[in-house]
Design a protein around this ligand. Structure first.
Ligand code: GSH
Length: 213
């Protein structure tokens, strides 16, 4: 099997890559990396990702990291498989490029901090910082106000098809929906409907099932 994902079923960045592989219907080998023992900071993992962060990815002699770069590699390499995830038309792609940038530059900073404070820290036995949660909920609300406006005009964040711009949100949405930050999502009807729609995708459900395997 050519494709290998080195990561953890619980790591949002790993989950992003797995979601893409399942949307494409591709076979792959999963290589678990134990963050608890610091495996991600040592060789051989850091030969794949010198920043010592999950995931690492291999497809034959292609060895890359950064989850959003990996999803784009998969999408453009396996164009004839599964869900297209991108458009052919350059104008539609322009909107998709914006959607991917908005996710990584505007949505992910507050969503990632909230997921850390409200799910990962309690899981590790650490105290949630309430001041950070309150501040980041305000930031997330501002971003989702923009999403609410856009999602009133199109079914997905970058047009009327499910694309990488939507897929990239899945891991953080999944974690936030189990926290009090769900209220920030639920307060916006178009965002709530979109979130429920993309979280229900069969490919994503397979990624979640792996956490319970
Ligand atoms: N921008 C990177 C972020 C990767 C990342 O933050 N990975 C986390 C797990 S989801 C990690 O390895 N954290 C441990 C660390 O940074 O030392 C990506 O999207 O791949």
């Amino acid at each position: 099997m050519a494709i290998k994902v080195h990561g953890s079923f619980f790591s949002p960045a790993t989950m992003r890559v797995l979601a893409c592989l399942h949307e494409k219907g591709l076979d792959y080998e999963f290589v678990p990396i134990n963050m608890g023992t610091g495996e991600h900071k040592k060789e051989p993992f850091i030969l794949l990702n010198p920043f010592g962060q999950l995931p690492g990815f291999e497809d034959g002699d292609v060895k890359i990291f950064e989850s959003r770069a990996i999803t784009q590699y998969i999408t453009y390499t396996y164009t004839d498989k599964g869900t297209p995830l991108v458009y052919h038309d350059p104008k539609e792609m322009a909107v998709l490029f914006v959607g991917m940038q908005v996710e990584s530059q505007h949505y992910d900073p507050p969503a990632g901090k909230l997921a850390w404070e409200l799910t990962i820290k309690p899981f590790l036995g650490m105290d949630t910082d309430e001041a950070v949660v309150e501040e980041q909920e305000v930031q997330l609300a501002k971003v989702l106000d923009v999403y609410e406006y856009r999602l009133a005009q199109s079914k997905y964040v970058s047009g009327d098809s499910f694309t990488l711009a939507d897929l990239h949100h899945l891991p953080t949405f999944h974690y936030l929906m189990g926290t009090r930050a769900k209220a920030v999502i639920d307060a916006r009807p178009h965002v709530r409907a979109w979130c429920a729609d993309i979280l229900a995708r069969p490919a994503w459900q397979k990624v979640i099932a792996m956490q319970h395997s």
